[in-house]
Design a protein around this ligand. Structure first.
Ligand SMILES: Cc1ncc(COP(=O)(O)O)c(C=O)c1O
Length: 391
């Protein structure tokens, strides 16, 4: 495994010249190749017309599905390109035909939008949401999950890397249990794609949702959904249109057989091409070298922050990722974010309302969320630490 050429990565990332960007869990800095893919297609649309540009670039647009499939280790017909991770997740989740009493198992680190959807579906259908407790490391208890799966469940919803901390859930262990129990696993990989290998065969998930703009470094307003082939035909999406299905007669329609039944007709071709460029760019570096560098930088940041008086690193889990969250005694998270921003350092704020069970359960009102990527440097980390130290 050859290490990341950081100088090259920075040369290829225009934003590195103007900011210290430690908000890759929010939206990463796009590399130039992504930016150009988007701009070039917009320019083509302006020059020759939107439909005509899509037709001319048909093969390149189709190749985006191959790229995402390569990233996930799936086949292209199991991939739908959707405008963000939330809608991708929704299209899978709301396709399940829940019945009264069906059990939906989830974790304490569940993402707010997913949990709201779980509550809505439970209210509408009589399904029951059950939160699997965390183990002593703050990750989903695999032992407790096994017990609950034995009692029967309709779906397991797991967030691979939660928005609000450095935790990497033991997703492959969860996948193994779900597969053995015959219960579909819907994996929210929004924060893991682009910073960790996310092979659906190894993770044994049945559905996976992700976004383009975070660690994948794609444009905003992009995302995708993977659905295992055997499951596609069992799922009728909550919305259908003339792209997802064919209107075959006065009373009839037939859904597409591939995962594009979860898409809709109108879409941004420019950002779709940008997403494809971002996936190819990530694959070019390799997900193993990316993960290695990201985890090394994050570990160093945690160690340095934890050594500062009054600073508490809030990350949980046995294995940790590029997200580093912390609190500063006597200073609100908002004030820390503002102070860093004034120094040209981008981080973000995660309030408890983004993850009531997790942050709320730990009595945290908010945390400062910094998140490193492979193009960040030790000097940039030092700058963040120096500003936080000035309290
Ligand atoms: C874990 C997780 N899931 C889902 C989402 C939603 O992604 P999107 O904004 O692309 O819909 C986020 C966004 O922060 C997230 O962190």
């Amino acid at each position: 495994m050859s290490p990341i050429d950081v100088a090259k990565a920075r040369r290829e990332t225009p934003g590195c010249e103007s900011v210290v960007h430690l908000n890759n869990a929010g939206a990463s800095l796009m590399p130039d190749v992504v930016l150009q893919a988007v701009i070039e297609h917009l320019e083509l649309e302006a020059r020759i017309g939107g439909y005509e540009a899509a037709a001319r670039e048909h093969d390149r647009v189709e190749a985006v599905y191959d790229s995402v499939a390569r990233l996930l280790g799936s086949s292209r017909d199991e991939v739908a390109i959707i405008e963000n991770a939330t809608r991708a997740w929704d299209m899978a989740f709301y396709s399940v035909d829940f019945q009264p009493g069906d059990r939906i198992l989830t974790c304490g680190a569940e993402y707010a939008s997913n949990y709201i959807a779980l509550l809505q579906v439970a209210k509408r259908t009589g399904a029951v949401v059950q939160v699997i407790p965390d183990d002593e490391h703050g990750q989903i208890s695999v032992a407790a999950l096994e017990v609950e799966l034995a009692r029967g469940a309709r779906l397991v919803s797991l967030v691979h890397v939660p928005s609000q901390g450095g935790l990497i859930q033991p997703a492959a262990a969860v996948g193994r249990l779900c597969r053995a129990a015959g219960v579909p696993l819907l994996l929210d990989a929004c924060q893991s794609v682009g910073q960790l290998p996310t092979n659906v065969g190894e993770l044994q998930c049945d559905m996976l949702s992700a976004t383009g703009r975070k660690f994948l470094r794609g444009p905003r307003g992009t995302g995708f959904l993977y659905v295992r082939r055997e499951l596609i035909e069992q799922l009728e999406p909550p919305f259908l249109d003339l792209h997802a299905a064919e209107w075959t007669g006065r009373e009839t329609y037939v859904m597409r057989e591939d995962a594009r039944r979860f898409e809709n007709w109108e879409t941004s071709y420019a950002t779709k091409l940008g997403l494809g460029a971002a996936v190819d760019y990530a694959l070019g570096w390799g997900l193993d070298p990316i993960a290695d560098r990201v985890q090394g930088l994050a570990a160093s940041l945690r160690t340095q922050l934890q050594s500062l008086p009054g600073v508490d690193v809030q990350d949980q889990g046995v294995e940790k990722c590029g997200i580093v969250t912390f609190t500063v005694e006597g200073v609100t998270a908002q004030a820390v974010v503002a102070r860093l921003s004034a120094e040209g350092i981008n981080v973000s704020l995660t309030p408890a309302s983004y993850s009531r069970l997790d942050l709320g359960g730990r009595g945290l009102e908010a945390v400062v969320r910094s998140s490193v990527h492979y193009y960040n440097t030790d000097e940039e980390i030092q700058r963040l630490v120096d500003v936080v130290a000035l309290r």
